[in-house]
Design a protein around this ligand. Structure first.
Ligand code: G6P
Ligand code: MG
Length: 222
């Protein structure tokens, strides 16, 4: 098998935290008097905290100094942390644990690549911490997706060449980051949205080793 490591995005791939991000951003938008919908929330997927806030301010045509923006971002994060502090292992998305265990049984390294600074808390709450050999998250990475830094860092941490890594991503910015890192990318979600990835599935419950082997073959890796 050509693949040596699999790198997973967190939000929207392993757990559905997008709903908590939405609730916290919505509360902030309401306080600011900015109209913010679930459709707008799609634009925040995979995007860093400050960049997310900037999108919301732009929706309301609001301009605020950096110091004010930093205060608002930390208020949003406080509310977000209240939600995720109550997460349980039942919130791990379908198929995630079976697929990761199948990979491990085949000696594939497992790493995490996420922009979120709250990654350690989420992994702790859902009981997934021990599954990862490496965690590259918003606390160790400086350039947000679509910059490839987060995935290159994860590959380095598990000692694997980028070309031997497969990334699982639900956000357009994340797919671009994986491709820029020179990795194989499996999109999780809608084919029309994630069409740049090498393969798209609706969720990890649709993934198995066999599909990786077929993909490797199609891409000319043996
Ligand atoms: C992930 C999510 C984004 C979130 C970002 C930063 O990429 O998809 O919606 O804004 O992480 O998360 P944080 O927990 O650090 O605010
Ligand atoms: Mg994501």
């Amino acid at each position: 098998m050509h693949t040596k490591a699999c790198i997973f995005d967190l939000d929207g791939v392993l757990v559905d935290t997008a709903k908590y991000h939405f609730l916290a951003w919505k509360r902030l938008a309401d306080e600011l008097g900015v109209n913010f919908t679930e459709t707008d929330n799609e634009r925040l997927k995979g995007v860093s905290r400050m960049a997310s806030l900037e999108i919301i301010l732009e929706l309301g045509n609001r301009h605020l100094p950096v110091i004010e923006r930093e205060k608002l971002a930390s208020v949003k994060n406080r509310w977000y942390v209240e939600y995720i502090s109550k997460m349980t292992p039942e919130e791990i998305l379908p198929g995630v644990l079976d697929f990761i265990n199948e990979l491990k049984a085949n000696k594939i390294k497992i790493a995490l690549g996420s922009a979120s600074k709250n990654t350690p808390l989420i992994l702790e709450r859902v009981g997934m911490k021990k599954l990862f050999e490496a965690v590259a998250d918003g606390n160790v990475v400086h350039n947000a997706k679509p910059d490839p830094e987060v995935f290159l860092k994860a590959a380095e941490m598990v000692g694997t060449e980028p070309s031997e890594c497969v990334v699982f991503e639900d956000a357009v910015a994340g797919v671009e980051a994986a491709l820029r890192a020179g990795m194989i990318c499996v999109g999780i979600g809608d084919q029309n949205v994630l069409s740049d990835s090498h393969l798209v599935v609706k969720g990890l419950d649709e993934m198995n080793i066999e599909k990786i082997l077929v993909l490797e073959k199609r891409l000319g890796y043996e």
